[in-house]
Design a protein around this ligand. Structure first.
Ligand code: ATR
Length: 277
């Protein structure tokens, strides 16, 4: 049995052990997967990781607040980890080096494309927020060739700076809430702010919605988030998805990196959601 784990703080309520157990059952892989607390008052991230490696773990997922520490620790980084400036997946390689990847963006993109059955190709995309979570999805999203991307954020400057970071043919712009271009509405709208955590709405105009908009919240909860409820109220025909699919999707990509097998996600999303109710 090969050992894997997710490390973070807090970690007790992590859904990752359940998700990876379901993947292992689905694919017939012989692995164990635990949630391990790193107490950053007792130890450093670096020491904790060295200890886990010593104890025979093959790879780790890394969550809040250690994704930047993992980025700094890895000896070798994927391009998407470099672009995200954060690492959520570590691989302890046989040659002694640590490989760092970031699967969050692919998790989101796959959830929308596979489970939501929506392509990004030629779509007008609006992203709300410009923090770490949004930075983490930019490269995989741009790789899907959307028509344009607008990033809006409470702090306008942060959206403008993030928008300028990528060299691509795809037009990317950034602004505050009040300067979002609203001429035709957006095909795909992604809320990457942490506002939903406090039950708050990013103050955007309902004019950014269209009947066939796909509205995605990177947060998830038992109930639809305030943002998804807001979208449905203004445009009952829009499609809403929450971030549980992204969570399962990033796990699937990590599983694939470690095991070379790509698990299917929809049945796992359904099962995890059932456990939440
Ligand atoms: P994360 O890793 O979750 O992205 P972060 O880097 O702190 O965390 O970014 C949080 C994001 O949510 C930012 O875009 C932040 O806006 P600012 O850049 O202006 O701080 C946004 N955010 C947080 N609370 C918010 C609120 N109540 N309303 C709107 N935006 C909020």
């Amino acid at each position: 049995t090969d050992k894997y784990a997710v490390v973070g703080n807090p970690i007790a309520h992590s859904k990752s052990p359940m998700i990876h157990r379901l993947f292992a059952e689905q694919t017939g892989q012989d692995i164990s997967y635990e949630a391990i607390l790193i107490d950053n008052e007792e130890t450093t991230f670096q020491w904790a990781i060295a200890d886990l490696r010593q104890r025979g773990y093959k790879g780790l997922n890394v969550t809040v607040p250690f994704k930047l520490d993992a980025f700094e620790l890895a000896n070798e980084l994927s391009s998407r980890a470099q672009s995200a400036h954060a690492v959520n997946t570590l691989v302890f390689q046989d040659n002694g080096t640590i490989y760092g990847d970031n699967t969050d963006g692919v998790g989101l993109v796959n959830d929308i494309q596979i489970n939501g059955e929506r392509s990004f190709k030629d779509q007008r995309v609006l992203i709300l927020g410009a923090g770490g979570a949004v930075q983490g999805i930019m490269e995989p999203l741009l790789a899907q060739a959307p028509k344009s991307v607008h990033i809006a954020n409470r702090t306008a400057k942060r959206a403008e700076v993030l928008g300028q970071r990528f060299t691509t043919e795809i037009p990317i712009s950034g602004s505050g809430w009040d300067e979002i271009p609203l001429d035709e509405g957006y095909d795909i709208i992604i809320n990457g702010t942490s506002a939903s955590l406090d039950g708050k709405l990013p103050p955007v105009s309902p004019q950014c919605l269209k009947d066939n908009s796909l509205v995605y919240d990177m947060m998830y909860a038992q109930e639809p988030t305030v943002f998804l409820k807001w979208a449905k109220e203004h445009r009952p025909d829009c499609t809403i998805m929450d971030g549980l699919g992204m969570l399962v999707g990033q796990a699937a990509e990590s599983f694939n990196i470690w095991r070379g097998v790509q698990p299917q996600t929809q049945n796992v999303i359904d099962e995890v959601r059932q456990q939440m109710s």
